[in-house]
Structure formats: structure tokens, C-alpha cells
Design a binder for this molecule. Structure first.
Ligand code: NCD
Ligand code: ZN
Length: 340
């Protein structure tokens, strides 16, 4: 069997920098029309200059795939003034502001400590029509981090009714009702939260390459996310949260969160949707919904997949030969492949 989908969008992606960027960028740029690129570098991408320079490095790293790939750039939200926000808006490639609660995840130390202090920036974004992407976890919890954070989304949605607010990679059943409750709330969902539960991460041997934030949850959470996505909820967008870390760090006594899913996303998503009789919902989830929500241009480009199995490499290494990363589903078989 062969299917054709619109060239998709990944609405939440970590591309890193340096050798890792060179390794990761082609994996996304090959299959995707565009991706919302996270700003959590060290130092964070927090100015128009840093954003433009990073965008150039991304396009450079994407190589021959760059012509079909649009990096949708984000800037790390601090206390930017309306003038600064306007300058961002007028800089090519700018897409949205990303809010990190300070210390919540990898490289988020410079984030917002108190939401009150971000109020003038959020108000100005609302006026300028700049979307707000929120990293939806508070610090210090594991299972209930996201649930703890839901009142913050509520509060933001009520206080800034004209602001488009995206709950970045929701992972629990408890987050879903908010989408019905508030017109201005949207969400991204990853592939790994649709595939895995805590049992896959730590039910048997500990699987560090499945450790991410938010952590994969209970079976009932996965079922609720599946029902929403396969049911075609048009406020939910695909955001991979693909987040490569060197294998040396992942396989250590202090493993950082992040799953490197970029190389397997399209075939594995197609397999999952096909198994669940939901192939007709793939286009919406993989870009149609996002294009409508944010008014992004439609694409005329297609990408084809066929049900030819492939095995996933054990690891990918950068040109420097030292930076290696283990992809999601390493060593496993996927029932579909992208037609080259
Ligand atoms: C991300 C990373 O490594 O940058 N890690 C993760 O577990 N998802 C950061 C993030 O989005 O939380
Ligand atoms: Zn992320």
C-alpha cells in the first residue's frame, strides 16, 4: 500500500547547534515542510540577531533539503519590550515566543520566575498577534507536573483572551478538557506520548532513551491522547519534541530528558495511524490543523509512504565521529517507509 500526505509540519522541535545540529537538521528537513524550532540553546535564543544567526545555521545544516524546509523560529521569552517584540515580528522566520518556567527543563534557567513579571510582554504579544508557546511543567514533580500546571494555562487563557496559547506537548488525559473550555488554547502532542507508557520507560529495565519531559504517562493517559488525535481534534497539532542528547550523556548517572525521534517520525506515525484506522486524520494532525490555527500558508507539496518495512539504525553519529545519538525505536522494525 502507498499513501500520499501533504508535506508535514513539526510544531515542536529541538535542533541543537554545532555537530548535533549538522546531524539532526537533515533528518527533519528531509521529510518536513517546516518545524517550530525551540530556543533552548546555551545561551538561549533571546534576540532577533541570535534568532537570525541560528536560522542561517539551521538552513546551512539542512543542506540540500533546506529549499523545502522552513524553520519557524521562536525566541525565549524574558521581559521583552513591545519595541523588541515588534522587531522580532519583522524579522524573517520569526514565529512565536516560547515561555519556560525557570529551571523546568534542559537549558531553561533564564526563564520566567514569576508570571506577573511577564505580564507586559504577554500583553504586547496579544496586541501584536504573536503566539505564545508554553512549556507546560512546573519544577520538582514527575507524574503530576503537568496537572500541577493546568491552572497556569487556565489563568493565561482567561487573562489574555486574544493571545493564541499553545500547551507544548500535553501528555495527560487531564489536559484535554482545557481545549474545549478555552477557545484560545491549543496543544501539541508527541509521537512518543502516543506510543509509550511508564512501563516502557521503567517497567522492566530502565530505558534512558525513552526518558523525556514530560515523562511518558499511564496507559489511560495514552488512550485519551490517542482518542483525541485519532478522533481528529483540530486543536491538537503534532509536535515531535525530538530532542537529541549525546549517547554518552543519556547513558550516564545523570541522564537528561529528551527522545530523539526525528529520523523515524513519518514512518512510525503512519504505522500507528494505519493500525488504528485513522489514516484520514494524518494530514490534519501533521500540519493541517497548525496551518489553520496560525494562518500558515497551505502546502502543495506531497510526500509518499509505502508499507515496506525498515529497521531503525542503532545510532547516528555526526561527522566529527564523536557526537552520537540513539534514535527512538533503535534496532526495531517499522512497517512503513518514506518513498525516496
Ligand atoms: C528537551 C531538551 O532536551 O531540550 N527535553 C525533553 O525531555 N523534552 C527540553 C524540553 O522540551 O523539555
Ligand atoms: Zn521540547
Amino acid at each position: 500500500m502507498r499513501i500520499e500526505i501533504n508535506r508535514p509540519l513539526d510544531m515542536h522541535l529541538h535542533l541543537r547547534d554545532g555537530a548535533m545540529l549538522k546531524l539532526a537538521a537533515p533528518h527533519s528537513a528531509k521529510d518536513f515542510a517546516g518545524a517550530v524550532v525551540m530556543p533552548n540553546l546555551v545561551p538561549p535564543v533571546n534576540s532577533a540577531e541570535a534568532m537570525s544567526a541560528y536560522r542561517s545555521r539551521i538552513l546551512d545544516a539542512a543542506g540540500t533539503h533546506a529549499k523545502n524546509f522552513a524553520p519557524l523560529m521562536t525566541i525565549f521569552l524574558q521581559k521583552q519590550t513591545p519595541e523588541e517584540l515588534l522587531a522580532f515580528k519583522n524579522t524573517p522566520g520569526f514565529f512565536a515566543m516560547k515561555l519556560y518556567p525557570a529551571g523546568a527543563t534542559t537549558n531553561s534557567d533564564g526563564g520566567v520566575r514569576d508570571f506577573g513579571e511577564a505580564e507586559p510582554t504577554l500583553r504586547a504579544m496579544e496586541e501584536l498577534g504573536i503566539p505564545l508557546l508554553v512549556h507546560g511543567e512546573s519544577n520538582g514533580f514527575v507524574m503530576d507536573r503537568e496537572t500541577e500546571f493546568l491552572p497556569v494555562y487556565r489563568d493565561l487563557a482567561v487573562r489574555f483572551p486574544e493571545l493564541k496559547i499553545c500547551m507544548e506537548h500535553i501528555s495527560t488525559a487531564a489536559a484535554l478538557p482545557l481545549l474545549d473550555e478555552f477557545e484560545n488554547l491549543f496543544a501539541t502532542v508527541t509521537l512518543h506520548h502516543l506510543l509509550f507508557t511508564l512501563d516502557d520507560l521503567a517497567g522492566g529495565l530502565l530505558a534512558p532513551h525513552l526518558f523525556c519531559k514530560p515523562i511518558v504517562k499511564r496507559p489511560e493517559d495514552r488512550e485519551a491522547l490517542r482518542a483525541a488525535v485519532f478522533g481528529g481534534n483540530d486543536k491538537i497539532m503534532f509536535g515531535s519534541d525530538s530532542a537529541p542528547h549525546p549517547v554518552s550523556q543519556k547513558e550516564s548517572a545523570a541522564a537528561p530528558g529528551g527522545i530523539y525521534s526525528a529520523p523515524v517520525l513519518l514512518p512510525a506515525l503512519t504505522e500507528l495511524f494505519a493500525r488504528n484506522g485513522a489514516l484520514e486524520k494524518l494530514n490534519g494532525f501533521l500540519g493541517g490543523n497548525a496551518r489553520k490555527i496560525y494562518g500558515l500558508p497551505e502546502t502543495t507539496q506531497k510526500i509518499a509512504l509505502e508499507d515496506t518495512p525498515q529497521s531503525v539504525p542503532a545510532r547516528y553519529c555526526a561527522e566529527d565521529g564523536e557526537t552520537c545519538v540513539v534514535p527512538m525505536l533503535a534496532g526495531k522494525e517499522i512497517a512503513w517507509s518514506v518513498c525516496e
